[in-house]
Design a protein around this ligand. Structure first.
Ligand SMILES: Nc1ncnc2c1ncn2[C@@H]1O[C@H](COP(=O)(O)OP(=O)(O)OP(=O)(O)O)[C@@H](O)[C@H]1O
Ligand SMILES: [Mg+2]
Length: 415
């Protein structure tokens, strides 16, 4: 049981309301502070009080939370929005509210810092270096060779992940979008280089309570050649021994980083030498993984979180609804969309729980460079992982997106 039960929560930002609903269901009082653009009708119905900012800034949120605490007291700041995690950790830290330590949340938010914090711990070591200049990258190659991964320290949605396989690719990166002259550019403030980890990729979903990490599921992940996620299935198709390796490594990572409580989503690659951490998050997995776990393992992550915070046991569970559940994403051909069809067919396809197509006539579809470049999704269940995966992929195959090619200037090509 949590030593200090929470009675009221300050929710910071976030458009989604599942966590808010779970907080209400656990009998908590809910105060909301966030950008006006995040607030929906449903938020209005759920919250006891709200404070809206014209725009979000971490400084403003911190000052607002400090001032609000005198008017509408709260025991904990929480967020369902990935981009607000560090701000929330700062609020809890500054106001002396018990939560995951600020240094833990900061390390999780910064891939270079995370590797530094894990250095010398029992966790499998992955060669890595903070890259500020091209010379840092050349030094990393001298020590670790090719191939390597270069990615933004604070990246998300698989944006700007580069694999560098030889000297020619290194030279191309030096003049490419990642670097201008000798300094990192291209949007990211800093970069991290890592040894390239080869193998199948998984995520381990957990809920922690008083530093004890409960495993909820192992998810198998599918990605494009450019490392963008295009599907997930629960349960992962792995042996019992592989399950143990992945979950033991996850627990070791969470303990080494100081995760105390709440959901975590830990991404690992199962290499020939065993599992190696890609990154972890002190939040539930995205891409409907929360839904996959609810269906297959019977755990409602938000319910567990607020049960724990309100002083009840964390390990509530329900009857699983299916043996397997999968989500698959549509990556459409490049060009300007001239016609879309197939959404009703996808929805009525076998095992489908939901399916939606987000491409519309007139949209320009470009190369898949991040999760935002996916244009449809289907979640399906099945008696096991294989059949769920087949059902989800078959549903996505029913989406029809017709495009006309674009010339290099972005105009349609005619004649
Ligand atoms: N060292 C590595 N070796 C091999 N592949 C890697 C490595 N680092 C990252 N990747 C690949 O790139 C993907 C995205 O990397 P990472 O998770 O670090 O960035 P991200 O932008 O936060 O991703 P996302 O938000 O999509 O989870 C990983 O899921 C993995 O497939
Ligand atoms: Mg990731």
């Amino acid at each position: 049981m949590r030593t200090s039960a929470v009675k009221s929560v300050l929710f910071v930002g976030g458009k989604r309301t599942e966590a808010l609903e779970a907080a209400r269901n656990s009998g908590l009082r809910v105060i909301y502070a966030g950008p006006k653009a995040d607030m929906t009708e449903r938020h209005h119905e759920l919250v006891d009080a709200a404070f809206l900012f014209p725009e979000f800034s971490p400084e403003l949120a911190l000052r607002a939370a400090t001032a609000l605490r005198d008017v509408v007291p709260f025991d904990l700041a929480y967020t369902a929005g990935d981009q607000y995690l560090e701000t929330v950790a700062r609020i809890n830290h500054q106001l002396g509210l018990k939560s995951n330590p600020l240094r833990t949340v900061s390390a999780v938010d910064d891939k270079a810092l995370m590797r530094e914090v894990l250095r010398g711990t029992g966790v499998r070591q992955v060669a890595s270096a903070t890259i500020r200049h091209l010379s840092d990258l050349e030094e990393f190659v001298t020590s670790n060779g090719f191939p390597l991964i270069l990615k933004p320290s604070r990246g998300s949605a698989s944006k700007d992940i580069h694999i560098i396989s030889d000297a020619a690719e290194l030279a191309a990166v030096a003049v490419g979008p990642a670097f201008t002259g000798n300094a990192p550019a291209g949007g990211a403030a800093s970069w991290v280089a890592e040894e390239f980890l080869e193998g199948r990729e998984f995520s381990v979903e957990t809920h922690s309570a008083a530093g004890r990490h409960q495993i909820l599921a192992v998810t198998e992940k599918f990605k494009t050649e450019g490392f963008v996620e295009i599907g997930h299935v629960v349960p992962a198709r792995i042996t019992a021994a592989e399950h143990t390796l992945l979950t033991d490594e996850t627990r070791a990572v969470l303990t080494a980083l100081g995760v105390e409580e709440g959901p975590a989503h830990t991404e690992l690659i199962l290499t020939a030498k065993g599992p190696a951490l890609v990154e972890t998050h002190t939040r539930p997995g995205g891409d409907a993984i929360v839904e996959l776990i609810r269906i297959v393992a019977g755990y409602d992550i938000h319910e567990m979180t607020f049960s724990w915070l309100s002083g009840e046991p964390a390990d509530v569970s329900h009857e699983p609804l299916a043996g397997g559940a999968a989500i698959w994403f549509l990556t459409a051909e490049q060009g300007r969309v001239t016609a879309v069809a197939g959404e009703p067919e996808a929805r009525s396809s076998e095992g489908v729980r939901f399916a939606s197509l987000s491409a519309a006539v007139g949209d320009v579809i470009s190369e898949v460079r991040s999760s935002a470049d996916r244009h449809g999704e289907a979640l399906a269940v099945g008696e096991d992982a294989d059949s769920a995966l087949r059902n989800a992929r078959e549903a996505v195959a029913r989406f029809l997106v017709t495009v006309e090619p674009l010339d290099p200037a972005g105009d349609p090509v005619h004649g």
